[in-house]
Design a protein around this ligand. Structure first.
Ligand code: ADP
Ligand code: ZN
Length: 518
């Protein structure tokens, strides 16, 4: 792993870059003048924070118009062990003194400043002594005199740049060409900065998810329909890469496996073969991909749910770099959800970070259980709207959606009546009124919920439970293997204050790729 990637995970706790971030980070840490246009929520702050830490020493000055935002960012950075500070009108005397001390000691890495601060000559002199490496400008459109957010003090940033003679990295979500020209004039003295303005959409990549239903067969069927094309299958475990690669070879494909447990020579050998040969399938863990730069990867399949929506985007993004059509298929099931949740719960991350990780997992599950266009959900997550698609499974075949409120309430009631002590299998037996030993032993045939769910089959209930997990209405209890507990998200549905729509045909959709096993 290179240094940027290891800082990304060690300091920020993220497993993959978001679209655009990597290129911007590289340009900023290469000391170029940069203008990056990214939608709100796209992850701009990382693009100047990470380069500040990539430098061995020195300080990045961050000009930002919003005091509350600065304070949040400084707090988050400090919590991650980064020496950061802010100079704003809201500072206490101690806070300001601490900043000066860190500057004198040469330990400060990021200094947030309100633009008003630049009005005093003292600030510029201070920064001259402070070993500033670069200036980052957040909300750079505030320099535009014709815009709604014009901040006169932003005009001083150009002077600051001249005084310090360092590069500027400017960020904004406002993309119109006039504003861009104005930013270039006022911040970069009319020189054109290296500009990053790309949508995140990869329209040639077809997106599809399917619930696991004989997953090995599903992957084999997907590969069989694309015989002779180069593809990647991502798996959650090393053992699985070896097993699945064997099965693909047996089915007449040319496949090999790749994971972090192999010795480096063997790994390089696989990378070289993949680059060189047409139609090779690499079955790999996430360790595969960093160095892969093959333009004509025609398909990417996930045999297990990826770690996050960022990881998903990065991994499918390895397909179709040449712009020609590429296909993807991501499989997921309740076991994936359970595994990912327990990885978060059992990880060493502090509680705030863990809840952010759960939220990010929820976003990925939301994508998996999406009711309409997947591309729209994916890009909305990265802040992009107005997406045109017609290249995902849900645009191809709209899903059959039904009002699942009653089903979900019945399932929740079965969970609560059995004291949140059981897994989906037993709960489904209760709902269907099955006569099992466990039901009799526990006296669950006396429950009011016993047999109230006969309108659905076992498979349909499985889909309901999986979607409830996907919507984070229930979570597996890390203390009790497999037992489902209700989350607060479910309260409005339980109380009858909210309704929920579920997909009826997600199991049928899965079978599209595996007609043989049904
Ligand atoms: P912006 O300034 O572009 O509106 P932020 O920098 O505040 O966006 O980032 C938005 C959110 O995205 C934050 O919660 C941040 O923690 C998260 N984020 C940024 N980069 C990543 C990443 N690579 N992986 C996961 N989450 C990220
Ligand atoms: Zn679509």
């Amino acid at each position: 792993m290179d240094r940027a990637a290891s800082l990304l995970s060690d300091v920020f706790g993220f497993d993959a870059f978001r679209p655009g971030q990597r290129d911007i980070v590289d340009a900023v840490s290469g000391n170029e003048n940069v203008l990056a246009i990214m939608p709100t929520g796209g992850g701009k702050s990382l693009c100047f924070q990470l380069p500040a830490l990539l430098d061995e020493s020195g300080l990045t000055v961050v000009i930002s118009p919003l005091i509350a935002l600065m304070r949040d960012q400084v707090q988050a950075l400090k919590a991650s062990g980064v020496v950061a500070g802010a100079l704003t009108s809201g500072n206490t005397e101690e806070e300001t003194n601490a900043v000066f001390e860190a500057i004198d000691a040469g330990t400060l890495r990021l200094l947030y400043m309100a633009p008003e601060r630049l009005a005093s000559g003292g600030a510029v002199n201070l920064l001259r002594r402070a070993g500033v490496n670069r200036i980052a400008v957040d909300e750079a459109h505030c320099v535009s005199q014709w815009g709604h957010d014009f901040r006169p003090d932003y005009l001083r940033i150009g002077d600051l740049r001249r005084a310090l003679n360092v590069p500027i990295a400017a960020f904004t979500a406002t993309a119109d060409a006039e504003t861009r020209v104005e930013i270039s004039q006022r911040l970069f003295d009319g020189e054109t900065p290296k500009t990053f303005l790309h949508g995140f959409d990869r329209p040639n990549i077809h997106l599809a998810f399917a619930a696991k239903d004989g997953p090995r067969q599903q992957i084999l069927a997907f590969a069989a329909a694309r015989k002779g094309q180069s593809g990647i299958v991502y798996c959650g475990t090393r053992a699985k890469t070896e097993g699945l690669s064997g099965a693909l070879n047996q089915a007449g494909h040319s496949a090999c496996f790749y994971h972090g447990g192999m010795d480096p020579d063997m790994r390089r050998e696989v990378e070289a073969r993949f680059q060189r040969e047409d139609g090779l399938i690499v079955v790999a863990t996430v360790a595969f991909g960093m160095g892969v730069d093959k333009p004509d990867i025609r398909w990417v399949a996930h045999a297990d749910l990826p770690k996050s929506i960022e990881a998903y985007y990065q991994e499918i993004g390895r397909g179709g770099r040449d712009g020609a059509p590429a296909e993807t298929l991501t499989l997921y099931g309740p076991d994936d959800i359970r595994l990912r949740r327990s990885q978060i719960d059992e990880g060493l991350a502090p509680p705030e970070r863990r809840s952010a990780d759960h939220a990010r997992l929820n976003a990925l599950l939301g994508l998996a259980e999406a009711l309409d266009c997947r591309r729209a959900s994916l890009l909305a997550y990265f802040g992009e709207t107005n997406v045109k698609c017609e290249n995902c499974d849900l645009c191809d075949t709209p899903v059959d959606v039904f009002d699942g409120t009653t089903a979900v309430r019945k399932a929740l009631s079965a969970i609560l009546r059995t004291n949140e002590y059981f897994g989906a299998g037993h709960l489904i037996d209760v709902l269907l009124g099955n006569e099992t030993d466990k039901i009799r032993a526990r006296g669950h045939d006396d429950l009011p919920t016993y047999g109230v769910g006969k309108e659905y089959s076992k498979r349909e209930w499985q889909a309901v439970f999986r979607q409830m997990m996907g919507h984070d209405l229930v979570r597996p209890d890390p203390e009790r293997h497999g037992a489902l507990r209700m989350t607060d998200e479910a309260l409005p549905i339980l109380r009858g204050e909210a309704s929920i729509r579920l997909r009826r045909d997600s199991i049928k959709a899965a079978s599209k790729f595996s007609p043989a096993v049904r």
